[in-house]
Design a protein around this ligand. Structure first.
Ligand code: G3H
Ligand code: ZN
Length: 285
């Protein structure tokens, strides 16, 4: 069933586990994510990035996810991932998204507050929770020039949350999108200091292939939502390559994609298990 993210993240915060956020861009990945969450009886957040939306179409993607949500009893959040403008957040809410992220992390602190506050006011009028982001996610160049200057400042995080009234906050603590960088290292003491200043659920982006013990530690320090995209795409494409190398004469997309869906489902189930959200669905329904 379609639900908003507020209740499920509050439950995760209370019980010290994390809800998995998994990105989709099509029918197959959506079905695989939902099958995994159903199998694990876990609450789940299905995210669509602006790139996924431009690939599949906002209406089409939203419709697929809403239909899949109505077919299961577990709580499922339809979430806009890394929305960069007020307009895309508004459009998503008009299409029944139950959670949006406004990503003003590339703006100045003041501009980020202004944009996030505006989205929060609009979204809250329709009871839709908002995720904000403060600090810039890491990349190779940032690590080269010194990563800490780009990370979330704990005091600024406190001020940001207080002024914008966001419902959850994505933090930058050395995490990067994509396959982990060799030098990637999470700053746990910073995470603990952010936690002292901020009482809302914290979100970790770029968690694909992050060592399991690091993710467990991050959860113990207040991370309640973990975003996974790259590991899903790798599982999907790797499986198709292997399947076609073995079954060279198969031309039926349903067979090829059916195999890839199973691979995605397996990865999502492993993540749910790691995040501790297995069997947490019932409490939230
Ligand atoms: O917003 C999406 C996530 O942060 C995905 O990051 O591709 O490193 O798993 P990832
Ligand atoms: Zn992200």
């Amino acid at each position: 069933m379609l639900t908003d993210s507020k209740k499920i993240l509050q439950d995760a915060q209370k019980q010290a586990y994390a809800v998995g956020h998994f990105n989709t861009s099509d029918l197959e990945i959506t079905k695989a994510i939902v099958a995994a969450a159903k199998n694990k009886n876990a609450p789940v957040i299905v995210g669509t990035s602006e790139k996924a939306i431009s690939y599949a179409g906002l209406e089409e993607l939203a419709e697929i996810i809403k239909i899949e949500a109505e077919n299961v009893k577990i709580p499922l959040v339809l979430h806009l991932d890394h929305g960069k403008s007020f307009e895309i957040c508004q459009k998503a809410i008009q299409l029944d998204y139950t959670s949006v992220m406004i990503d003003g992390s590339n703006l100045s602190f003041e501009e980020n507050i202004k944009l996030t506050e505006k989205v929060v006011q609009m979204a809250h009028r329709q009871n839709v929770p908002v995720e904000g982001e403060l600090g810039a996610l890491a990349d190779k160049e940032k690590y080269q020039v010194g990563i800490s200057q780009f990370m979330t400042d704990p005091d600024a995080a406190g001020e940001f949350v207080e002024k914008t009234k966001v419902d959850s906050l994505a933090v930058a603590i050395g995490n990067a999108h994509g396959v982990p960088l060799p030098e990637e290292k999470l700053d746990f003491s910073r995470l603990a200091r952010i936690k002292e200043k901020v009482s809302i659920p914290l979100v970790l982006h770029g968690a694909s292939s992050t060592p399991p013990e690091d993710l467990k530690k991050a959860i113990s320090l207040g991370i309640c939502k973990i975003n996974i995209d790259t590991d899903i795409r790798i599982a999907f494409s790797q499986n198709i390559k292997e399947f076609l190398s073995v079954h060279q004469n198969v031309t039926d997309p349903r067979e090829i994609l059916g195999s890839a869906m199973k691979a995605v489902q397996k990865v999502v189930e492993q993540k749910i298990e790691l995040f501790g959200s297995t069997q947490k669905a019932r409490k939230n329904v």
